[in-house]
Design a protein around this ligand. Structure first.
Ligand code: LLP
Length: 382
């Protein structure tokens, strides 16, 4: 909660910064843990959503694993308390150096996306005299009904292995003596709000399981990736973890001894973070009033890149409402956080909160225009 005492403290801090409400993060982790344990599912937090060390430390303390997409993420996850035996390494373009470092760190599994990648992993593992455990990322060809940039399982996606290629993959794997196939992996897309998408994924998983059985392969793990969306219109709302896990428990024909894995990112961290920014200038446009703020697309790129909606609150004004475009200082027209939104009368010096920004916010910040990176402030420090 951002209450009036918190706002008073914000006044003394240099803006823009990310404010993380740790009570919200803890409450979300408790919920994910309860709901996943009820179904016997394993959680690997997708580090790409937010790799802030304090955030990672809290998530690790709940006993979750980590889903990483670079060796730097693996190293950060280990520093923050994730055990290597709970770390999976995904990504369509792992470098030789990253593969070698991950093998030496003894991570639990590589989520592999091509035969070419598996050949490299096999040869590096042979050189290191070790074995690599892998899961095959399969493209299930499912429309995620989300923004096209975060849709990852359609015919022209660069991700995953197509079902028609699987026989070839298994033939190749039989000659790779330093690779052990453990399971299959999917990730359909991100910010998925229609449960029907996950329903389709479950049916596809069942079909593919049948096929693997017909090839005499027992899969120890089925990893359904991430993707559960949040309600950007309601920053206080907890994502629908219960409904999501229950759907999978009901629909996937889980075999005895088999583990189901998930890789949620956004749903764990989005609602605990807000980007706090100060209004620099109020400026009249021909059709609108601009509130020019000191945060820009360099601090939170989601509105510019995905036309994403984030609720914006003026924390320091309760005046009569008017319509505003909230824009940043960067020299690009896409540097706009919201258009024609209702805010209480807004003046220079007011503090705004751009809500639901804990996921893909701070981590995607850049130094374009040679701007400083945004700071991070935690609720227990104020
Ligand atoms: N697993 C894999 C293989 C992924 O590629 C991703 C996200 C996740 C898990 C976590 O998905 P989540 O639960 O967070 O939806 N920057 C974009 C989102 C990119 C997501 C990339 N992959 C945004 O701001 O919306």
């Amino acid at each position: 909660m951002i209450n009036s005492t918190t706002v008073e403290k914000f006044r003394d801090l240099p803006t823009p910064f990310y404010y993380y409400d740790l009570d919200v993060l803890h409450a979300t982790c408790v919920k994910v843990k309860e709901e996943s344990e009820r179904s016997g599912f394993s959680i690997h937090y997708a580090v790409k959503a937010n790799a802030n060390p304090r955030i990672l430390g809290i998530i690790a303390s709940y006993g979750f694993g980590a889903d990483c997409v670079s060796y730097n993420e693996i190293a950060r996850a280990m520093e923050c308390g994730f055990s290597p035996s709970t770390i999976v390494f995904a990504g369509v373009g792992k470098t030789d150096r990253e593969i070698e470092s991950a093998l030496k760190a003894r991570i639990s599994c590589f989520n592999c996306e091509s035969i070419a990648e598996m050949e490299v992993i096999d040869s590096i593992a042979a050189r290191l005299k070790t074995k690599a455990v892998v899961a095959l990322r399969i493209n299930p060809y499912i429309e995620a009904h989300t923004h096209k940039y975060i849709t990852t399982a359609i015919a022209d996606s660069k991700f995953g292995i197509s079902a028609w290629e699987l026989k070839d993959v298994l033939d190749n794997l039989s000659s790779m003596s330093n690779i052990t196939l453990e399971g299959i992996h999917f990730h359909v897309g991100s910010q998925i709000t229609r449960m029907s998408v996950f329903r389709s994924l479950c049916s596809r998983v069942n079909e593919l399981q049948e096929w693997f059985t017909s090839q005499n392969i027992d899969l120890k793990t089925i990893n359904l990736g991430g993707g559960l969306g949040i309600d950007y219109n309601c920053p206080e709302k907890m994502p629908e973890f219960g409904e999501y896990f229950e759907l999978v428990r009901e629909l996937v024909r889980i075999r005895p001894g088999q583990r189901i894995h998930f890789e949620p990112g956004r749903s764990i961290v989005a609602q605990c973070g807000s980007l706090i920014t100060k209004v620099l200038y109020i400026k009249k446009g021909s059709n609108t009033t601009f509130a020019v703020v000191d945060a820009g697309m360099t601090d939170l790129i989601r509105p510019a890149l995905y036309q994403a909606h984030h609720e914006i609150e003026n924390l320091t004004s309760g005046g009569q409402t008017g319509k505003y475009d909230v824009v940043g200082p960067i020299c690009e027209s896409s540097d706009t956080f919201a258009k024609f939104i209702e805010l209480p009368e807004t003046r220079r010096g007011d503090i705004l909160a751009i809500r639901s920004a804990g996921a893909y916010g701070e981590i995607m910040a850049s130094r374009y225009n040679l701007r400083d990176l945004p700071g991070a402030v935690f609720s227990d420090e104020l």
